[in-house]
Ligand binder design. Sequence first.
Ligand code: COA
Length: 254
Amino acid sequence: MSDILVHAEAGVTTISFNRLERKNSITAAMYASMADALEQAAADAAVRVVVFQGHETVFSAGNDIGDFLNAPPSTPESPVFRFMRGIAAFPKPVLAAVAGPAVGIGTTLLFHCDLVYAGDNAAFSMPFVNLGLCPELSSSLLVPQMFGYHRAAEALLMGEPFFAEAAMEVGLVNRVLPPTEVNGYAQAQARKLAAKPLTALIETKRLMKKGQAAQVMTQMTEEGASFGRMLREPAAREAFTAFMEKRKPDFSKV
Ligand code: COA
């Protein structure tokens, strides 16, 4: 079974994380599959909507930390950067169904979705600082914009989880549901959108996003350069090694 499942039906392409034994953490191969699926969905006129979903117990634990240690992305063509550009510029509606933990890119990708549904067990976190890293996927721009600066600083500097009701209050989540109902509800909403005229969906999304589309890409490129450098620096190496060794990181010497 693949770690990413892609299923197309009735105008809806569903991209499912399917690596439950590693809490749906995302490897380079998984980013490549998702980037390919987005490219195909953008090009195929039969596809009108994309849905990202995980399991009712976990959406995604973010980037695979072993990959961060052993094979950090090295060029703009690395799968993770291809995926980021793909989702940030995706022209058709994108929905997400989030239950359980959504860590790192599991949360930051949601800022590029048009509708987000969350289980009441959802726990969002962006622990980049705790890993010796900086934000990615333009989250350093989009989180302050959506949350307001001080709540963004809490989320991005402290890196602690925030939960479904708080996420709805700041506007990240459209609706909170029982975890077992989230994927089904997102699918039903996607079907409703898929019945609408595609040109109207695309033009409406383009108009809503055009004011800052270029800024989002510029910010993402700058973040990517810093993130790529920081991945190789001592603070991040200590954080990843500590995670693998199941101990607390010691940043006193970095
Ligand atoms: N990369 C690689 N492996 C991961 C992982 C990740 N991001 N997240 C979880 N795993 C692995 C764990 O190491 C563990 O492996 P093991 O069975 O060999 O011990 C397995 O998945 C189960 O994870 P565990 O931590 O025991 O599950 P949990 O339910 O207690 O906690 C999370 C779930 C998501 C809260 C927790 O796993 C977590 O915080 N993961 C790291 C998230 C992170 O920092 N991601 C990077 C963001 S940039």
